[in-house]
Design a protein around this ligand. Structure first.
Ligand code: B16
Ligand code: MG
Length: 218
């Protein structure tokens, strides 16, 4: 039987960079004289950097020129990278190392499918950059999730049909992108939000080898 492959999202699946995005966006909001709550930050998960700023400015009811927006995007990313540059392998989420080791052992390929333009740097920081057969990130796509583009490019790089790809995602837009690509979708997080996923797990601890074996056999 031909083997399946895995496509991992980054933020919320491999590492929790959402907390650093939040700090940087919150500081930006505060400088613009409005507050930005953790709850509101949920709206930015899986969303591109440019779209995140638009959502943030909508929340603050602020209108800016393109030039001003560019400056804010640069500023936000600069602060975000200060946090990223301090990351180590300790920040890899529970269960991920074990799962990747298992996939390596079984010769099952895996790729990254992330909206982040900083994905290569983050993977280098946590020591996982060389493990992925392909890395598809925010620099490679023209259409954001829920468009399936990011995952379809990953499937091509893995030389697999979409139906043989298992996508692990924490954001609703990501689950929709996987479903739109006709891939098997695994949601990590709240079942009320990720209800369209083929499988839903509470957290990465539940990404066990047993679970992976069942997915591969399906
Ligand atoms: P960057 P993922 C996404 O990563 C984050 O969830 C989202 O909050 C962020 O805005 C986006 O990457 C872009 O990130 O500013 O680094 O390009 O979940 O798709 O891995
Ligand atoms: Mg994510």
């Amino acid at each position: 039987m031909d083997k399946k492959v895995f496509i991992f999202d980054l933020d919320g699946v491999i590492v929790d960079t959402a907390k650093y995005h939040y700090l940087a966006w919150k500081n930006l909001a505060n400088e613009l004289s409005f507050d930005f709550s953790k709850n509101q930050n949920e709206q930015l998960k899986g969303v591109s950097r440019v779209r995140s700023l638009e959502i943030l400015l909508d929340i603050g009811k602020i209108n800016l020129s393109e030039d001003q927006k560019q400056k804010l995007l640069t500023k936000k990313n600069k602060e975000y990278l200060e946090y990223v540059n301090r990351m180590t392998a300790d920040e890899i989420l529970p269960g991920i190392n074990e799962l990747l080791n298992f996939l390596d052992q079984k010769n099952i390929k895996y790729a990254l499918g992330s909206a982040s333009k900083n994905a290569p740097l983050i993977l280098k920081k946590v020591g996982l950059f060389n493990r992925f057969t392909a890395i598809v990130d925010g620099n490679d796509v023209s259409k954001a999730k829920p468009d399936p583009e990011v995952f379809l490019i990953a499937a091509k790089k893995l030389k697999k049909d979409p139906v043989d790809c298992i996508v692990i995602e924490d954001a609703l837009a990501g689950i929709q992108a996987a479903n739109n690509a006709k891939m098997i979708s695994v949601g990590i997080g709240d079942e009320n939000i990720l209800k369209d996923a083929d499988f839903i797990l509470n957290n990465t601890n539940e990404l066990t080898i047993d679970f992976a074996e069942k997915l591969i056999e399906k």
